[in-house]
Design a protein around this ligand. Sequence first.
Ligand SMILES: Nc1nc2c(c(=O)[nH]1)N[C@H]1C(S)=C(S)[C@@H](COP(=O)(O)O)O[C@H]1N2
Ligand SMILES: [Mo]
Length: 327
Amino acid sequence: MAMLIRNKRRWEIAEREATPEAAFLDRRQILAAAGLGAVGLGAAALPLGVTGRAAAQEADPTADLYPAKRNGKFTLDRGLTPEEINAHYNNFYEFSTDKELADAAQRLRTRPWQVKFDGLVEAEKTVDIDTLIRAMPLEERLYRHRCVEAWSMTVPWTGFPLAALVAYAKPLAAAKYVRMETFLDADMAPGQNQPWYPWPYIEGLTMAEATNDLAFMVTGAYGKPVMKQMGAPLRLATPWKYGFKSIKSIVRFSFVEERPVGLWEALQSSEYGFWANVNPEVPHPRWSQAEERVLHTGERVPTLLFNGYAEEVAGLYKGLENEPLYM
Ligand SMILES: Nc1nc2c(c(=O)[nH]1)N[C@H]1C(S)=C(S)[C@@H](COP(=O)(O)O)O[C@H]1N2
Ligand SMILES: [Mo]
């Protein structure tokens, strides 16, 4: 117990010191976007407090697949973030803008769950998540995770390479990007009643990024199916990029010719770009990226280029030096 309390204090401090991703949204902008004047901001306009009765955890039909064998290729230079900390320090704006959103996220219903593949593919298809997971080669990987808010953690993810999913989708040669989309259901996710965010959450990668071995589709964490607050039943992990690229609770993969515009880029393109590769030397317009706070130790450590994954991914950006690769 004593340890838990200490940990709790540490991450509370971390939250206070970090600048939230949405901090550029001021009250006036929010009121304008919501079509409200200076008066009339009633409870209905701010549905964030709604947590509802925590839904019972659905039985997960893939639970027998965990824990999966660890892939020893992916090692860490620091300890793992304890599950209790990761489970209570999340960004998932569909449920809350608070980091402590675990209760609110229990409203997410993860079964039945269908995943659609469309756009430039041999044939569009929709597949049930359990069929999909069983068709993929599950493994465990230890990854770093670095949020643009300058905190970081390490996570034992379970999942499969995004490259395997791309192969499964059979994109046409004309596809240049994969565009990923989160569910849209404001009854389930009260945050989606906030009209100043362009829901649903969207993210995208180039085909070269998506088929790089490091791009990982997450179905589990800590040796079991991934928790709702972490983006069940299917989320992305691109550990060389800022965390906002790692889209949660995906329902759709579209193979497209045009570069997708993510939710954060649509909201504030001067602060959140398409590439979003971690680089300590390129500050965010409102704060430095030189260091990060490691959540479970409270320590500040220097941030590394590509979040320490330069060897794996630097080659992806040859010839793209004129692009804003680091925002
Ligand atoms: N659908 C969706 N995906 C999302 C987000 C979100 O709000 N909605 N937040 C992003 C951000 S900013 C981060 S840092 C990571 C957080 O992942 P974690 O809660 O597992 O640490 O999820 C990313 N994926
Ligand atoms: Mo983030």
